[in-house]
Design a protein. Structure first.
Length: 449
């Protein structure tokens, strides 16, 4: 693979990782049935050939710039373990050193008739959507190893050279400048605000111990019938499902803060929302980071007004599109890079940049996948995917990440929390309050007319 300079976002995630706050995501995939090691390992090697960043390490170039280069040993080998299976995650919080090893690990734990596959991914390598792109290719290649006909999506690795860039030419940079300046003007007030953390706490020292509990996740599943009601409710209210969920997360934060007796009515509550920057041409792009982050702010005192929260969610997302606010974070990183070591210093900046994060990963498996069975579950010879759990990142001051996605018609909600600052009882209580708010939204689907 030709050397690939790190993008602004990749540099940010590379420097943002630290011992107390590892910068990676987790996936836990539970299967009914078992895998054959040889075919799965060959499929893994071929998957890395299709997605070069899966088997790459970071090296410093001749002029000091950081870039991806092919790892001498290829991708990290699959680690096989024998059950019994439980709810534990067989990973450690030890940071990944991307200068020495690829940033994706896979652990397969088996017992008779059941398998759990764990994925651990450094966020500098690629985003959550790309993680499932890699997983689906792995399953396709495994099925092909066992003789099943399954067409592979076409990919163009040369497109990695333009991944997650603000523009691919000087002309695009020039014509996009007015919009970017306007977007900076819109976003500037947000950059100056002091954001309240989810719970008041003393931030962990950078070189302090990692969080206990590996990892701490609370899950909830909305059935296919309930998810249909959620979609119907959003349509009746003139909103998208994303906007509905944003409203319900904010409302749940308001109720939770009241019951916990924490914070003040004038606190700024910020919902960090990843936004995709993928273009139509990126359909052929191998796995990579192609997204950015925006902050949606509300005063704590406004979180009880559900109607206004929904209206504001629609207005904010319209602004994100109109002013291309998804590019603002990348522009800020570009400005930081003008100073030697600027991006690294930026990652060590203000303690809390978001109260919590909501990431909607959409369908975990494409509804057009040739591997889906009659129940819309991914099935390969000998194994059927039953459930998926996602553990998102948390950062200094941001001790809660709520990841939602769709699988087998269900809406999955996985709350990953920092067990240093939040107890399991507190996390379960917040998830219950979020569920209650979603059910209030579902009532719109059952309303007359």
């Amino acid at each position: 693979m030709p050397r690939l300079p790190l993008t602004l976002l990749e540099q940010y995630f590379l420097h943002d990782g630290r011992r107390a706050y590892p910068c990676w995501m987790l996936g836990r995939l539970s299967f009914r049935g078992n895998f054959q090691p040889g075919p799965l390992e060959r499929a893994w090697t071929e998957t890395a050939r299709r997605h070069p960043l899966l088997a790459s390490v970071v090296r410093r170039g001749r002029w000091g710039g950081l870039g991806w280069e092919a790892a001498p040993g290829g991708p990290a080998p699959i680690e096989w373990r024998t059950g019994p299976l439980g709810t534990d995650w067989p990973v450690t919080w030890a940071p990944m050193d991307l200068t020495r090893e690829p940033g994706v690990r896979v652990i397969v734990v088996e017992e008779a008739g059941a398998t759990v596959m764990f994925a651990q991914m450094h966020h500098a390598v690629f985003d959550g959507g790309a993680l499932f792109q890699v997983f689906h290719d792995l399953m396709l290649l495994y099925a092909r190893e066992l003789g099943r006909e399954a067409a592979l999506p076409a990919l163009r690795p040369e497109l990695l050279h333009t991944r997650c860039r603000l523009a691919s030419s000087w002309w695009e940079r020039l014509t996009g400048l007015p919009g970017h300046l306007l977007g900076l003007a819109v976003a500037f007030p947000l950059l100056r605000r002091t954001v309240a953390p989810f719970v008041p706490h003393q931030m962990a020292a950078e070189d302090g111990p990692p969080p206990p509990g590996l990892p701490a996740v609370v899950t909830h599943r909305f059935s296919p019938a309930e998810f249909k009601q959620i979609r119907t409710a959003a349509k009746r209210l003139g909103a998208g499902v994303n906007e509905l969920l944003m409203r319900d997360v904010f409302a749940a934060v308001g109720v939770w803060r009241t019951t916990q007796g924490t914070g003040t009515p004038l606190d700024w509550i910020r919902l960090g929302v990843p936004v995709s920057l993928r273009r139509p041409a990126d359909q052929l792009l191998p796995a990579a980071n192609v997204f950015s982050l925006v902050g949606i702010d509300r005063r704590a005192k406004s979180l009880a007004n559900r109607d206004r929260l929904l209206r504001r969610a629609g207005e904010d997302m319209a602004q994100v599109k109109k002013y291309r606010l998804g590019h603002i974070f990348l522009l800020l990183l570009g400005l930081q890079r003008l100073r030697p070591g600027g991006i690294r210093r930026y990652t060590r900046g203000p303690a809390c940049r978001a109260t919590l994060v909501l990431t909607n990963m959409g369908p975990f498996v494409s509804p057009r996948s040739p591997l889906l069975d009659a129940d819309q579950r991914l099935a390969v010879p000998g194994a059927v995917l039953e459930d998926i759990v996602i553990g998102g990142m948390f950062r200094p001051g941001t001790c809660v990440t709520l990841a939602v996605g769709i699988y087998a018609g269900q809406l999955h909600a996985d709350l990953h929390y920092d067990a240093r600052f939040l107890t399991k009882v507190q996390a379960e209580d917040f998830m219950q309050k979020f569920e209650n708010q979603v059910r209030l939204s579902m009532q719109a689907a059952r309303a007359p007319g």
